[in-house]
Write a protein that binds this ligand. Sequence first.
Ligand code: FE2
Length: 382
Amino acid sequence: MEGIITLRQPRQLVFGNGCSEQIVHDIPGLGLKRAMIVTSAPVHGLVLPLCEKLKERGIQVTVSNVLDREPTLEMAASGIETCRSTGADAVVGVGGGSVLDLAKLIAALCDGRQKLTEVFGIDKLHSRSLYLACMPTTAGTGSEVSPNAIILDPADQSKKAVVSRHLVPDAAYIDPLLTRTVPPAVTAATGMDALVHCIEAYANRFAHVITDHYALEGIRLIASNLKKACDNGLDITARANLALGSMYGGLCLGPVNTGGVHALAYPLGGKYHIPHGVSNAVLLRHVMRYNMQAAPKRYAAIAAALGAENRKNERETAQAGLDIIGRLSDACQIPAKISEIGIPFADLEEMAKSAMTVTRLLNNNLRQITYEDALAIYRSAW
Ligand SMILES: [Fe+2]
């Protein structure tokens, strides 16, 4: 029997085509009066009708557009300032993972009791006073159901994580219809990120039977629908299955979280500003190849969920899973090498040093990753 697991999830989890409309009734129904909507320009067309309907219900609405790239300290400070000046009692994030992470931090830090730099790390945040709802427009990061927010610290060009139960939103509205206009490259990268969440939760030192179910079902859904959604963004069945797979991945993030792929992906985002999904997608097959020998049985189960047939033994079945990841990545036009996304070979040592600081994730990895191992993985991925 596995150890103890604690699941912290939104009190209200709404899923289904068209479900985003429900927020128009829920916000006034909760007695809330002033909503700050955190969003980005590409999804403005989805947000405006909701804003109009909220206003018709008597809600004062402020829309704060943020850049749809990984949030920085300045972006958070500016969002907190705006939120404070409007006297908002609710924050609603509508967008990709970057937007949702920012909305979460704004809702948590608006009361001014703590500064952002004081809450980096695990369980440093004491409270959140504002109501928080998240509505993802990608499938995705799983931020809408997770306790995590990742932010870029320009001081050392590194990603910092805020992990706290207070960052789990009060409500998540996962509406697959909102993802229909996501372009193929973003669909591929964000979908691969969700797949990595599931794989790293299942092949994890703290894996648990409860999250195993989420993870394997997420792997199955994403592997069998990602290419369909990349080929035809209007395939709503594929979009809904991806959204569900992404949600399952997100539900693993709090209790189990990710491992070596994410740890090695952070330096690609921090210094080179490669989007989170792309960083993870490009490294996935290389880190999986390194990890497989540590847990052939687990990787064989992952392979089965990916659609591989049983082979002679677990190692061969696991290898068949890795082959499927390779074919899926190629079919979705994920770069096979980090040299293809502008990473200089001369920087790999510095990146390996930086990856070694992400101990909160490296500790979850089934096979120990030393500095030399990280460097060897980067070199194999270059
Ligand atoms: Fe991720």
